[in-house]
Design a protein around this ligand. Structure first.
Ligand code: AFP
Length: 315
């Protein structure tokens, strides 16, 4: 019998509590994957005519994925609120406002790849609320460091749909089996290779990077001899880095003094997964997981990958 998402219940001390939420992520992923496959026929490619809180153009599929994700979190009955890239404010789930967990998400990461049929993803993390269960959940519940994350992961919508996640007991990858209509364990206990792989960055921005990163990257390239790959969707670039090794970075630059990627629903979930897989994630001289968040939509520079590569880059 294949191992399904139910196996998460047996992982570590948080597996049983996290299983219903990760199953909810799995249901959302199946629905989002189906919408992505049929998008061109349903006329849901292209801009939604709206902007998200970062001032970025929302795609119709960003909005649809956000709705699907929220609905599946609601259906778990264990989530009191969701902080999403696509929503300015924390979304409180009124029926379950007493529940224990808050989920942070980028429901459709890399959506500028959609028009060219490129890979995209969903990123998520789960924390326990800080406010009393009798109170209404508050944005302060989301402002917790990566050390408080209980579960995190991502879904990659590529040739296959994969859900890669950790409940603090290693990283496990589940691939959607269309014949059985379920996720099945395909990549048990993923560990990032210590050597080899690729560096992954939008090198076109090199002249504008702050913190001497251009020179640092050149030195790392000399030291490691790594080749380069870049998709421009963090989930796809992270997944390759996790499986093949190397380093992914999005430094601060003249335009984005705090980098581009969002702390709570991009950097921390990926940092959590990377650390659980034996890798490392850094930002401005501090481990990503040690940053104390100040805002829901905060941005940070990000360097994550095999520890030796991250050290070589920042050293
Ligand atoms: P979009 O969701 O707007 O496509 O942005 C994707 C993303 O947030 C992240 O997934 C990528 O790593 C990064 O931006 C790519 O940014 P550049 O296009 O500046 O390289």
């Amino acid at each position: 019998m294949p191992t399904t998402l139910n196996s998460i219940a047996k992982q570590g001390e948080n597996g049983a509590a996290m299983m219903p939420i990760i199953q909810g992520v799995g249901r959302a992923a199946i629905e989002i994957a189906a919408v992505l496959r049929g998008a061109v026929f349903r006329g849901v490619l292209g801009g939604a005519g709206s902007e998200n809180v970062q001032g970025e153009q929302q795609q119709k599929l960003d909005v649809l994925s956000d709705e699907i994700f929220l609905e599946e979190m609601r259906s778990t009955g264990f989530v009191c609120a969701v902080g999403s890239e696509e929503q300015e404010e924390l979304l409180v789930i009124d029926e379950y406002a007493h529940a224990d967990y808050v989920v942070l998400t980028d429901p459709l990461d890399g959506s500028s790849n959609l028009d060219v049929d490129g890979p995209v993803g969903t990123i998520f993390s789960v924390v326990k609320r800080k406010t009393a269960n009798s109170d209404c959940p508050h944005v302060s519940d989301t402002l917790q460091s990566g050390r408080n994350v209980i579960a995190a992961g991502y879904v990659l919508y590529g040739p296959a749909t994969m859900l890669v996640c950790s409940v603090g007991d290693g990283v496990h990858g589940y691939t959607f089996n269309p014949s059985a209509a379920r996720f099945e364990l395909s990549h048990a206990n993923i560990r990032i290779p210590a050597k080899g792989g690729y560096y992954s960055v939008n090198e076109a921005n090199k002249d504008k990077w702050l913190d001497n990163m251009g020179a640092n990257l050149d030195r790392m390239k000399d030291e490691t001899g790594l080749g380069m790959r870049y998709v421009g969707a963090m989930v796809a670039d992270m997944h390759r880095t996790l499986l093949k090794g190397g380093v992914f970075l999005y430094p601060a630059d003249e335009k984005n003094a705090n980098g581009k990627l969002r702390l709570l629903y991009e950097a921390i979930p990926m940092g959590f997964v990377m650390e659980q897989a034996g890798g490392k994630s850094m930002s401005k001289g501090i481990n990503v997981l040690d940053i104390e968040p100040e805002e829901l939509h905060q941005r940070v520079p990000v360097y994550l990958g095999a520890a030796a590569n991250v050290d070589s880059l920042l050293g």
